[in-house]
Design a protein around this ligand. Structure first.
Ligand code: EAX
Length: 325
């Protein structure tokens, strides 16, 4: 009896050990906290992958900058110590200048145009280009259209921005945009609540969800619906890791990520109206009709600066502008 029990226990142990060994854990990094745009993609992806792989793949989400800022997460993905990331397009700009094309100011009129370009052949060119920097570009989800907020004054045209200290992402293009608009841009990694609260910076620019999830309405009285940049996330994998996967796993991961991205884009968009109402209710003074023509005019020369001088970057920017005109 005792022997049978020992044998059964051993068998059970081996079985559990085998299952534990069989499940591969994939690390996915995002800089923001639960409830954020990036986390909604990550959580949907986790749900789909774990369900479809019958437990063979386990996704562990590292959120709230537990792996560092977005640039640091990207470095870990390049190295292969982190497998996946849902990362704002802005900070990709120091890894591959072609990504600047997406963040070009006032490029996309609306979500539909952004989807057409990013889900089409031009977006695919950007995803493929990332392979030269060690990333497998899977798809685009979204942060959203970025708007300016600040604690000092109402802004309706670039003239009002003169001298405002605006936090920007770690991106040469974003810094140039705000310099050109007359601000004093300060690159700073996420998160930035304390810096805004202590007035180290006067303002920042981000999509509406950020103001709600990070409660920026408590410390930023003024918002201007500038929609100056459509901010995508690029959902990427480590290229070395990707190449080590079997074809079936690659297909499963890619499909799950693109499904999660589509789910999140539509979820994000469906909430914007309610968010705007909430931010007003919380006391933010919102300029809904700023002088966008004046903003556009002021940044019109950006396509000729050095940041876009590489032939492949210039060429892609020209084609995207043609398609969105
Ligand atoms: O989503 O750093 C930024 O401004 C990003 O938009 C941030 O990840 C919030």
């Amino acid at each position: 009896m005792n022997r049978i029990f020992i044998c059964l226990s051993l068998l059970m142990f081996c079985f559990v050990a085998a299952v534990a060994n069989g499940a591969t854990t994939i690390k996915l990094g995002v800089v923001t906290k639960p409830g954020s745009a990036q986390n909604i993609v990550a959580e949907k992806f986790k749900e789909l992958v774990e369900q479809r792989s019958n437990g063979e793949l386990e996704v562990k989400i590292f959120h709230s900058a537990s792996l560092g800022n977005e640039t640091e997460i990207l470095q870990q993905i390049q190295l292969g110590t982190v497998e996946l990331g849902v990362i704002t397009s802005g900070p990709f700009d120091s890894f591959d200048p072609i990504v600047r094309v997406i963040d070009y100011p006032f490029l996309f009129k609306d979500h539909q145009q952004a989807d057409q370009v990013l889900d089409g052949p031009l977006g695919a060119e950007i995803l493929t280009s990332l392979e030269d920097s060690g990333f497998k570009g899977l798809c685009f989800s979204e942060n959203g259209f970025r708007n300016l907020t600040n604690s000092k004054k109402a802004v309706t045209s670039p003239a009002d921005i003169e001298g405002l200290k605006i936090r920007v992402m770690s991106s040469a293009l974003h810094k140039s945009i705000w310099q050109t608009l007359g601000a004093n841009p300060t690159p700073m990694p996420w998160p930035i609540y304390t810096e805004l609260e202590q007035k180290v910076i006067d303002g920042q620019e981000n999509p509406l969800w950020v103001l709600e999830v990070y409660k920026f309405y408590e410390i930023q009285d003024f918002m201007t619906l500038t929609r100056h940049v459509y901010s995508a996330h690029i959902d990427v994998a480590s290229l070395n890791w990707w190449n080590s996967l079997g074809k079936d796993t690659q297909t499963l991961v890619q499909a799950a990520m693109c499904e999660a991205a589509r789910y999140q884009r539509s979820d994000n968009r469906s909430k914007n109206e309610a968010r705007l109402a909430l931010l007003k209710e919380k006391g933010m003074q919102v300029e809904e009709r700023p002088d966008i023509d004046a903003f556009r005019k002021q940044v019109a020369g950006l396509k000729d600066i050095d940041l876009f001088s590489a032939p492949e970057v210039q060429n892609l920017l020209r084609r995207v502008i043609e398609q969105t005109r």
